[in-house]
Design a protein around this ligand. Structure first.
Ligand code: FAS
Ligand code: PHB
Length: 390
């Protein structure tokens, strides 16, 4: 098989890139190791920046999102039993949209299928070669048969554990990593959200987050120690712990119910540099990971592929390689700002096992400063709604 761009990974990054390239008439194939059902079964992000919504609209897949997505103009920070609203829209003129990553992925998959574009699911043993020369190849096995894709470029959209970054010679790549000493236990429940906007809670027992997917589908998280196993957390234990971390009003109003999904996600910050190796481009989680505290992971993936799609259109339409040559530097400028923000939000709101009383005092002082400073709230709001796609 031959194509212009071979995309490895059918998560949001790969699917959005495929849609943007197809809109520009650039032929592409997606190779995914799992089934579509498996990909859709992963419960992940919930908050979309305006840049992400605009890219989905540009890709022609935002109709349901525009109908069903929930516009949020603010978030609340809770500490000391009091909630403080950050007026995102009032401070930045922008808002965020609540629309689950699962739905984004479903919309992209449906559009791709409707357009008859090639998506190869359950592809085993995906390997990439020749990207350091002008002969990139993607090979894989499907239904016991070996296949090869000849292409001009490879987009490594295969996430943190994917094959693409792992195929880059160690001497050609630098990685930066910070692993946090806790995880997030997340629960999805068919219950009305406890509050119309997200509540980020800082509590001596640990962080908690009240989020949602729809007016009848709530998403909650509590910080748990590294090594905690989800089997050790009954629904009752989860709800009791969440209530202990919420302010009295939210705890009293919380409507609990059976979990329809429950899992523990580890938290890490990770960046691979550069993000381009000859004819291979890394995008999304394949290149960087952020703790979900800043709601940046999915949005960074979308921004990467927005830049990459524009660069590839410029290459094929104008014969210019300026965009693809600038891809890595352009993305990394945005990535590191999001990594910093996500680290800052995580450091501000979580309890660190080795944290001292002094550390907790600093957290509370910063929260107090935030609660009383328009300048501090504006800095948080600018990063939360998403920095411009320069
Ligand atoms: P993805 O990991 O989504 O997609 C990569 C795809 O590549 C997968 O489908 C995988 O099966 C496939 N793949 C991997 N190896 C392959 C191979 N060798 N061959 C072929 N295919 C291969 N972000 C937020 O903003 N908010 C959140 O609340 C949030 N929660 C998260 C919870 C969890 C448990 C995890 C793991 C991540 C969470 N994230 C969150 C981040 C997440 O949303 C990512 O940023 C987002 O999925 C990035 O999309 P992709 O880069 O497409 O990577
Ligand atoms: C979610 O709804 O899953 C969510 C929302 C905001 C975050 C992280 C996760 O910062």
């Amino acid at each position: 098989m031959r194509t212009q761009v071979a995309i490895v990974g059918a998560g949001p990054a790969g699917l959005l890139l495929g849609a943007l390239l197809a809109r520009a008439g650039i032929d592409n194939v997606i190779v995914e190791r799992h089934s579509a059902e498996h990909v859709l079964g992963r419960i992940r992000a919930g908050v979309l920046e305006q840049v992400t919504v605009e890219l989905l609209a540009e890709a022609g897949v935002a109709a349901r999102l525009q109908r069903e997505g929930l516009r949020h103009d603010g978030i609340e920070l809770a500490y000391g039993g009091v909630r403080h609203r950050i007026d995102l829209h009032g401070l930045t003129g922008k808002h965020v949209t609540i629309y689950g990553q699962t739905e984004v992925t479903r919309d992209l998959m449906d559009a791709r299928a409707a357009a008859g574009l090639a998506s190869l699911y359950e592809a085993a043993g995906v390997a990439i070669t020749g990207f350091d020369r002008a002969a990139p190849r993607v090979t894989y096995v499907h239904d016991g048969r070996a296949h090869e894709i000849e292409c001009d470029f490879i987009a490594g959209c295969d996430g943190y554990h994917g094959a693409c970054r792992a195929s880059v010679p160690a001497a050609a790549i630098r990685t930066h990593e910070k692993v946090y000493p806790f995880g997030w236990l997340g629960v999805l429940s068919r219950t009305p959200p406890v509050s119309p906007e997200l509540i980020y809670c800082s509590h001596a027992r640990g962080f908690a987050l009240c989020s949602m997917r729809t007016p009848m589908l709530s998403r909650y998280y509590v910080q748990v120690p590294i090594g905690d196993r989800v089997e050790a957390w009954s629904d009752e234990a989860f709800w009791n712990e969440l209530k202990r971390r919420l302010d009295a009003d939210a705890a009293a109003r919380l409507i609990t119910g059976p979990s329809i999904e429950k899992g523990i996600a580890p938290l890490r910050s990770f960046v691979a540099e550069p993000m381009r190796f000859g004819r291979l481009f890394l995008a999304g989680d394949a290149a960087h990971i952020v703790p979900p505290t800043g709601a940046k992971g999915l949005n960074l993936a979308a921004a990467d592929v927005g830049v990459l799609a524009r660069a590839l259109v410029e290459y094929y339409r104008d014969g210019s390689s300026a965009g693809i040559d600038a891809y890595s530097d352009r993305c990394l400028k945005r990535v590191w700002k999001a990594v910093r923000f996500s680290w800052w939000m995580t450091s501000l709101l979580h309890q660190f096992p080795d944290g001292s009383d002094f550390d907790r005092k600093l957290q509370l002082a910063e929260l107090d400063y935030l609660a009383g400073s328009t300048a501090a709230q504006t800095a948080l709001a600018e990063n939360y709604v998403g920095l411009p796609l320069t």
